[in-house]
Design a protein around this ligand. Structure first.
Ligand code: MSP
Length: 518
């Protein structure tokens, strides 16, 4: 821990009613890139992910599978842990809401809400969507074929039961004040405006317990009620920090408030209206930022089981490779926008940006060092203007990438790196080391050194996005394992004379199986 600045980042916890798909992988990869970046930048990172296992939706899925909910959640939750491993995710914890630590935290938070005078017993009669696990007002619904639907397209059902309520209506002003005082609490800005408009429209008290099913955490002192699954789920973020222990020196004291809750746009309201209201009521600080990313469609269509176009992360990795998939998801669309997943776009990026731009740069430079310099890193001797221009551009990358990632602009961070890769490829062509080899070997050494140093800088910075490939490039430059963090961008340099291994390509071109066989 030492003097490093703490950084706490979270994914949503995934419902276990379904197998993981590319939408889940997307949020988790984005968080992993942030977590890896912050670690390399010297932060003391805590990265949390997990599964949301209570509620009516999960109970129904378990019933449909014909097994009891605990056995069902054990099984499906494992799929999400396997996915994290498959995607090379560096989460420090994996929380399941069926764990004992969650029960303790959620019941403690409930008591705090009670003590604050913000909870009362009443009865709920209104509309509920099991798919969304959300309540809707009559005014929000549309009718079709005698059924009613929420704005999300999910069917709602009429619910009438005794229920505890949270006085959400009392939090309109405190919430608006929060959004106004802290403009980057909700990002991107367009989403912030939507939430503000919603809250300005007035808030109804929120039903926070259910009595018509039992798969949830019991309300302390009134066991006929289980807690509303969103109150349960949101609490996971502090459970993982050992809440209710908030004493100095505790994990809670160190890491709370969270630096970043990453969520999809569909669950923004829960995180920016309910969650801060619960926290304010309990006298706890609110998170620093909630960032809502967009949704992926597939070849222009909404992903759905009935259409049969659900993209499974495992298939992507088998077809395109892990780092390629991570790269594509972070590069293809500005984070926050919706985007389309198409095979064509994926192949274009793999072959254009990875194989041609980045891969060829490494391959050309390393091969020339191998051939022209006896396989040893050359020693620079007298930098000239084009060399310093190249090195300055490489050294300026960290500042730009850091600024872009601080606002979760993953694609812009990659643009900045690729602009240096482009410059390096042009520099190779202009300097023409293959000619210098015959005319000026001292100059040849300086040019190839400049390129090797540029590649070192690039590869250190691509680690958060493509950990395996980047490390294989750094291995080929014989960069020691302990000189791969961002500190080493400034201090570490390549040592002339170091023997390098025979170069190996890191980014193969994608070839269609049929075309490859022909
Ligand atoms: N369990 C709740 C979250 C509770 S957090 C305290 C939940 N789970 S979910 O499994 O349904 O969704 C998890 C995340 O996946 C959400 O952020 C959602 O936006 C994201 N995605 C689901 N489908 C998606 C796409 N097609 N594209 C991008 N992200 C998508 O909601």
């Amino acid at each position: 821990m030492s003097g490093r600045t703490p950084y706490f980042i979270t994914t949503p916890i995934y419902y276990v009613n379904d197998a993981p798909h590319v939408g889940h992988a997307y949020t988790t990869i984005a968080c992993d890139v942030m977590a890896r970046f912050k670690r390399l930048d010297g932060f003391d990172v805590k990265f949390l992910t997990g599964t949301d296992e209570h509620g009516q939706k999960v109970q129904k899925s378990a019933e449909a599978a014909g097994i009891d909910p605990q056995a069902f959640t054990d099984r499906v939750s494992q799929n999400f842990r396997d996915l994290a491993k498959l995607l090379n995710i560096t989460n420090d914890d994996f929380i399941r809401t069926t764990e004992e630590r969650q029960r303790i935290a959620v019941q403690a938070l409930w008591r705090k809400l009670m003590e604050s005078g913000n909870v009362y017993l009443g009865s709920y009669s209104g509309w509920y969507s099991v798919r969304d696990e959300a309540y809707y007002g009559e005014d929000e619904l549309t009718q079709r074929d005698g059924k009613r639907f929420a704005p999300t397209g999910a069917e709602v059902e009429w619910v009438e039961e005794p229920s505890y309520f949270f006085k959400l209506s009392a939090f309109q002003e405190p919430l608006l004040k929060l959004y106004e005082e802290r403009p980057d609490f909700i990002m991107p800005a367009g989403k912030r405006s939507e939430v503000m408009a919603f809250v300005r429209g007035g808030l109804r008290d929120l039903s926070i317990s259910r009595t018509t099913f039992s798969w949830g955490i019991k309300v302390p002192g009134d066991e006929a009620h289980v807690m509303y699954v969103w109150l349960d789920a949101l609490t996971n973020y502090i459970t993982a920090l050992g809440y209710p222990n908030t004493a100095p020196g505790s994990e809670f004291a160190r890491y709370w408030p969270a630096d970043l809750h990453m969520v999809g746009k569909d669950i923004l309201r829960f995180h920016t209206v309910y969650w801060p209201a619960f926290l304010i009521a309990a006298g706890l600080p609110v998170p620093k930022r909630v960032f809502a990313h967009g949704w992926w469609t597939v070849e222009g269509e909404k992903m759905s089981k009935s259409v049969g176009n659900v993209v499974k992360p495992g298939d992507l990795l088998d077809t395109y490779g892990l780092d390629q998939t991570r790269y594509f998801l972070m590069r293809e669309i500005p984070f926050g926008n919706d985007g389309d997943f198409s095979k064509k776009a994926m192949i274009q990026r793999i072959n254009g940006e990875l194989a041609n731009d980045y891969g060829n740069l490494c391959q050309r430079v390393l091969s020339m060092i191998q051939k022209y310099c006896d396989g040893k890193l050359p020693q620079p001797d007298g930098f000239q203007e084009p060399d310093t221009r190249m090195l300055d551009a490489a050294r300026a990358m960290l500042g730009t990438v850091r600024a872009e990632l601080d606002v979760q602009a993953f694609n812009k961070a990659l643009d900045a790196i690729w602009s240096v890769i482009g410059q390096a490829n042009r520099y190779v062509d202009e300097m023409a080391p293959w000619s210098l080899r015959k005319t000026d070997t001292v100059r040849l050494g300086t040019v190839l050194y400049t390129l090797a140093e540029t590649i070192r800088q690039v590869a250190i910075l691509t680690q958060p996005f493509m950990p395996d490939a980047s490390n294989r490039i750094l291995d080929q430059l014989m960069v020691p394992m302990d000189a791969r963090d961002f500190n080493a961008l400034e201090t570490g340099v390549l040592t002339g004379g170091t023997p390098l291994p025979a170069p190996q390509g890191v980014f193969p071109r994608y070839v269609e199986p049929e075309a490859g066989a022909a």
